[in-house]
Design a protein around this ligand. Structure first.
Ligand SMILES: NC(=O)c1ccc[n+]([C@@H]2O[C@H](COP(=O)([O-])OP(=O)(O)OC[C@H]3O[C@@H](n4cnc5c(N)ncnc54)[C@H](OP(=O)(O)O)[C@@H]3O)[C@@H](O)[C@H]2O)c1
Length: 352
């Protein structure tokens, strides 16, 4: 049987993405072959394409952090899972494909009746948001938080989960994202036209308890200035390194997995050493999953429950077929996307 997958042929721009057709992979001992119904498109995919994400594999590789799919074929030694069952996984790369083989222990069952694109939004964006809120920042009802990129994939997840946690929320976004930030319970701050540090101190007087900063670089230090004494910046991304789907610096072409990471260390150390009791703490979904895989599973099951109960409603910016992966990354890289772009198998929202 043949299938299609997307590959990154070299580190660089959109021209690095190619759709290839080849023999369908066969599951090895302990593996399960999954027919992908929905694969998320995220900034980490673009960073891996550019060769600058810490999780960048050697080329050629298939991008795609997160997927929801249907169990298709079982390898030897697999038990307790049936063909046809809907599952979710965070393979980190490989999800932009019709079929993918994964170890059984990587799969989390998805309750029946859920939309595949909505369910896949939980796997990277909502777990990131949930773990930052409840495992890194340990937020309590009534606390004030500032969410950067609040109209984006992780940002909208933070707003929905922050509202459930009873937080007072402020969110930076462009003007086109302001209405969605308000609808989700946040007070929008237009980062193109307003200085967020000044604005936070004007609105709250003493500052916020927590800032969620996925922008990275020197932005982390400005976020620290928006904190009240004793507050924390949770630093988790490097959005500032990209512009229109390309590295802002214009440099690329190689595998530079740790570019931009050193600055995190500098700010974390600075937060401890400087007066004012304002700390910077890093968060990484893949690190926590490797260290404590049971937490990932537990948190994804909790989020799937919330989705089934309709307490959260992931925003799907666009559903595109797998063959349009290049366009999907172009749209995300150009900015202004509200919610999550998802690559779907035709009709998958009905199939799942
Ligand atoms: N550490 C982890 O485990 C982890 C997990 C998932 C994601 N991430 C990181 O999280 C970040 C966000 O990912 P995502 O998938 O949510 O991306 P996304 O959907 O593209 O959202 C990013 C948002 O940031 C906004 N933005 C860009 N520059 C900004 C600035 N200077 N100030 C405020 N907002 C700004 C964008 O708004 P406009 O487009 O309107 O400008 C966009 O809405 C990425 O850096 C990603 O690598 C980390």
């Amino acid at each position: 049987m043949r299938h299609t997958r997307v590959i990154v042929t070299h580190y660089g721009g959109l021209d690095a993405l190619r759709v290839v057709e080849e023999e369908c992979p066969e599951p090895k001992n302990g593996d399960v072959r999954v027919r992908v119904l929905a694969a998320g498109v995220s900034l980490p995919d673009i960073m891996a394409r550019e060769g600058v994400h810490p999780e960048t594999p050697p080329v050629p590789f298939t991008p795609g952090w997160d997927l929801v799919g249907e169990v298709d074929r079982l390898g030897d030694g697999v038990a307790g899972i049936e063909p046809g069952q809907i599952v979710a996984a965070l393979p980190i790369h490989g999800a932009y494909a019709e079929f993918v083989c994964l170890p059984q222990h990587e799969l989390v069952p998805v309750p029946p009746g859920l939309d595949a694109a909505e369910a896949v939004s939980l796997v990277l964006n909502y777990i990131t948001a949930y773990q930052m809120l409840h495992r890194s920042a340990n937020v309590r009802p009534g606390q004030r938080v500032l969410i950067h990129g609040a109209a984006g994939g992780v940002g909208t997840a933070l707003l929905q989960l922050g509202r459930l946690a009873g937080l007072e929320m402020y969110g930076t976004c462009s003007s086109r994202g302001a209405s969605i930030v308000s609808d989700l319970g946040g007070i929008p701050i237009d980062y193109h036209h307003q200085d967020f540090v000044t604005e936070i101190h004007r609105l709250t007087s003493e500052g916020v308890d927590v800032v969620f900063d996925g922008i990275g670089g020197s932005h982390i230090w400005r976020s620290r200035k928006a904190l009240r004494p004793g507050g924390r910046v949770v630093a988790y991304g490097l959005t500032s390194s990209l512009r229109a789907g390309r590295l802002a610096s214009g440099r690329s072409g190689g595998r530079h997995r740790f570019r931009g990471i050193a600055i995190f260390g500098l700010y974390i150390a600075g937060g401890w050493l400087l007066p004012g009791r304002r700390r910077v703490i890093p968060y990484s979904i893949q690190t926590l999953k490797r260290l404590k895989p049971a937490l990932f599973r537990q948190d994804l099951i909790a989020l799937l429950d919330l989705l089934q109960l309709q307490k959260i409603r992931p925003l799907i910016a666009q559903r595109l077929p797998l063959a349009e992966a290049r366009r999907a990354q172009e749209l995300l890289g150009n900015g202004g996307v509200v919610g999550k772009i998802v690559l779907v198998r035709s009709g998958s929202s009905l199939e799942s």
